[in-house]
Write a protein of this length. Structure first.
Length: 503
């Protein structure tokens, strides 16, 4: 467990989620946030490698930054910082790729040296004694303490352990417990409902509810968990709708695997920079820390252009809130709380640096027509409406599930079981062969009228990114689209007889 103190009110701590070999995202973050120094601290929360094409370059940059700024750059281990995972083939045939990339650019020796470094990376960081940053999530049992986490032997780890014999003494029991805690830390995911259960979708780790998170925070006098590990539509999500302050997920690889997602990173501060989230205590009181979320899209997929534009524009303006308010107040010489639309447009160009006709974008920014009918804008109302609109977009999908595009997919547990049925080798990708095998097994159980007659066509429709394989995000998305065909996402698929429909 590594402590990350914030020595003064001017310190920013940036938390970056999964990068997965996507160099453009890392370069964007460094360009946007600046280079590390005493007031600009970076914590990279694992899964630097695999899947993308530039894992070698990302590791070279991160290791160089760590060596150059050891007090200002921190690296957390993710589940992909592991020899077994890195040796898997890249998508669509596996979830790895780092070994293959490393051998193509250097050799096996370089790969072996890098994955040996991975074994020594920390698993937990605590920011200002209040925020626990962990790659995956929480644990199979209650009562886990920071002392337990400190006791974990990072070198005694296997992502997919064999059957362990029942312990014969307390020392063996303790060793098994600590090994499981480490696996949970790297592989677990949150779930919206209470309790804790095995994570069948990943074949490792747990699915843990808000009660589990609350108990862990209370046991260790912490306020919040920040984790990564899951692709989120806007790069950021708060998994627990009833208690959003307990846990946040941050994912920094935009356009990940053709998923049309934005990337994001979080910045923690001691001073509210404007439009920031407050870190709350378990009693619901402000803790004195704040965080902002910077969203962006630099990856391959464009997603929904309209929603991406809305979110990106709002995020840009909210990052400049403090300077905007200062300029609005300066222009409001009579103290009316209003500026003319022309003044507003000029200030927007000046502060954001984006030279466009800003008044034409007022509807895109969520400003109601009645608020500008007089030719003036109440600037505090404008900022408030902008933040509310951004929060609505950011919270899409937080009610029912914790996978990609969370609440847009109902019946997560059932779908995960179906996905696991097809995914015979458990690598997170349903290959052509696995899909055909699964269809054959189903057809043996189904009446002839319900059998799958054209599995090739079905696979083609579900393979959104054309990779000859179906990942869990594509699987969920296809189900959601079919589910939504009746006008509501309720987890129920309407099957309509074609002849009846034609009639």
């Amino acid at each position: 467990v590594i402590r990350v103190p914030m020595a003064s009110d001017s310190v920013n701590v940036h938390v970056i989620g999964d990068l997965h070999g996507q160099l453009e995202d890392l370069l964007h973050i460094l360009d946007d946030a600046g280079l590390p120094d005493a007031n600009n601290i970076f914590l990279f929360n694992g899964d630097f490698v695999d899947r993308g094409d530039h894992s070698v370059e990302i590791i070279a940059i991160l290791f160089s930054l760590y060596l150059a700024f050891p007090d200002y750059v921190f690296l957390n281990r993710g589940n992909h910082e592991d020899h077994v995972i890195c040796c898997q083939p890249p998508p669509p045939h596996g979830c790895g790729g780092f070994q293959r990339e490393c051998k193509s650019k250097y050799d096996d020796l370089v790969f072996s040296m890098v994955v040996e470094v991975f074994r020594y990376l920390p698993i937990f960081h605590i920011i200002e004694e209040k925020i626990c940053v962990i790659h995956g999530g929480l644990f199979y049992r209650k009562g886990v303490t920071i002392d337990d986490l400190e006791a974990i032997d990072r070198l005694d780890y296997c992502p997919v352990p064999g059957e362990e014999d029942p312990p014969t003494n307390p020392e063996e029991a303790r060793g098994q417990d600590l090994r499981q805690l480490m696996r949970d830390a790297l592989w677990s995911d949150p779930k919206p409902d209470p309790g804790c259960e095995f994570n069948n979708a990943r074949k490792q780790g747990q699915l843990f509810g808000p009660d589990v998170c609350q108990e862990f925070l209370q046991t260790n006098d912490l306020h919040m968990v920040v984790r990564s590990h899951e692709c989120m539509k806007l790069g950021f999500s708060q998994a627990y709708a009833e208690m959003p302050h307990l846990l946040a997920t941050i994912f920094s690889a935009s356009g990940y695997g053709g998923s049309n997602n934005m990337g994001a990173y979080m910045t923690f501060t001691k001073v509210d920079p404007g439009a920031a989230y407050k870190v709350m205590t378990l009693d619901g009181e402000p803790s004195g820390l704040f965080f902002t979320v910077q969203n962006y899209t630099v990856g391959e997929a464009s997603g929904s252009i309209e929603q991406t534009n809305k979110t990106s524009m709002r995020a840009l303006v909210l990052r400049k809130k403090q300077q905007l308010v200062e300029e609005f107040v300066a222009a409001d010489t009579m103290g009316t709380g209003k500026v003319t639309i022309e003044q507003w447009g000029t200030i927007m160009v000046k502060v954001t640096g984006v030279v466009i006709n800003w008044p034409e974008l007022l509807p895109l920014l969520g400003v109601e027509a009645e608020h500008v009918a007089s030719g003036e804008i109440e600037y505090q109302t404008f900022i408030s409406e902008l933040r509310a609109g951004f929060n609505r977009l950011s919270q899409v999908g937080n009610e029912d599930t914790e996978t990609l595009f969370n609440a847009m997919y109902a019946n997560r547990n059932t779908l995960e079981c179906v996905f696991a049925f097809f995914d015979l080798n458990g690598d997170g990708i349903i290959s052509k062969e696995e899909f055909h095998h699964g269809c054959e097994v189903l057809n043996k159980k189904l009446p002839k009228s319900s059998q799958i007659s054209r599995p090739e066509r079905l696979l083609e429709l579900m393979d959104i990114d054309g990779s000859d394989g179906i990942d869990i995000n594509e699987f969920f998305e296809v189900f959601r689209l079919v589910d939504a065909a009746d006008g509501s996402v309720d987890g129920k698929i309407s099957i309509v007889d074609e002849k009846a429909a034609e009639a």
